[in-house]
Design a protein around this ligand. Structure first.
Ligand code: IPD
Ligand code: CA
Ligand code: CA
Length: 264
């Protein structure tokens, strides 16, 4: 494991342990939008991560959800979601994660997603495979969408706009075996990487939601594209992550006009 990878893992672990300790003990909770929460734990975790990264790599840039970016004109940039799944966290629903990626010239080269409740570290470095707690992991082998378990999520403007993923949700409910909405995009994507899910799609995501997890999914043998099938960058908003075998079927469903009905 590279020094970058080791420091990223240590930072994710430190923040994850802190958020686990503070579960159920939030001190400050405020709204960034109508339903978009932020807590003192999000901010403290972000500060812990940045402090550790900066102590090892003072010249590297940072792009972090709560504090934004600092420009250093460096090829290396850390992309951080200190607490992915804040709504779950605020409700003591134990599904949330720390997500840290290192990109070089805008391409992720290290990704760590840490789930403190299950003590699970999803980890990858480019061209070196993907690991779950140091054990190599691979995507599922499922070939049929109708037997696939998928996950998705909804952006915080879901109640205000028409482009809110609900029509896609309806279409997949009719074509997949089942759909889940776990509430942490980075962890959802890592579940595709580990074969627990066969596919994931979502729109209006941010770079910190996906930068680490898409590298992990690709290194586990998964396929990652935009809804159109074009190559995905974590600076794009819409993404499909799959075990590769059901990828085309997922694109076809997203392109289809109407949801399939059980009425023939
Ligand atoms: C959110 C979660 C959620 C996804 C939202 C994200 P946050 O991140 O990943 O699953 O559906 O689009 O914004 O706000 O908990 O870091
Ligand atoms: Ca997030
Ligand atoms: Ca977050």
């Amino acid at each position: 494991m590279s020094l970058f990878g080791r420091v990223a893992r240590e930072a994710a672990l430190e923040a994850g342990c802190y958020m686990k300790r503070r579960l159920g003990k939030i001190k400050e909770l405020s709204f960034k939008g109508e339903i978009n929460l932020v807590t003192d734990v999000d901010k403290k975790c972000e500060a812990l991560i940045i402090r550790r990264l900066k102590s090892h790599f003072p010249k590297h840039e940072i792009l972090a959800e709560e504090s934004g970016g600092d420009r250093q004109s460096c090829a290396y940039r850390w992309v951080i979601d200190p607490l992915d799944g804040t709504t779950n966290y605020a409700h003591n629903f134990p599904f949330f994660a720390v997500s840290i990626a290192l990109e070089r010239e805008l391409k992720p080269i290290v990704g760590v997603v840490y789930d403190p409740m299950r003590d699970e570290t999803f980890y990858a470095e480019r061209d070196k495979g993907a690991y779950l707690n140091r054990k190599r992991m691979h995507v599922s082998k499922e070939r049929s969408l109708s037997r696939s378990l998928l996950a998705t999520g909804f952006a915080y403007d879901v109640k205000r706009v028409l482009q809110n993923n609900i029509s896609n949700f309806n279409k997949f409910v009719m074509s997949a075996q089942a759909i889940r909405r776990p509430g942490s995009a980075s962890l959802d994507i890592c579940y595709v990487a580990s074969g627990r899910l066969d596919g994931f799609w979502e729109m209006k995501l941010f770079p910190w939601d996906t930068a680490a997890a898409v590298l992990i999914a690709k290194e586990a043998g998964g396929k990652v594209t935009r809804f159109s099938g074009e190559p995905y960058s974590h600076y794009d908003e819409d993404v499909i992550v799959s075990n590769s075998k059901i990828h085309k079927q997922m694109i076809d469903v997203l392109r289809s006009k109407r949801r399939r009905s059980w009425r023939r």
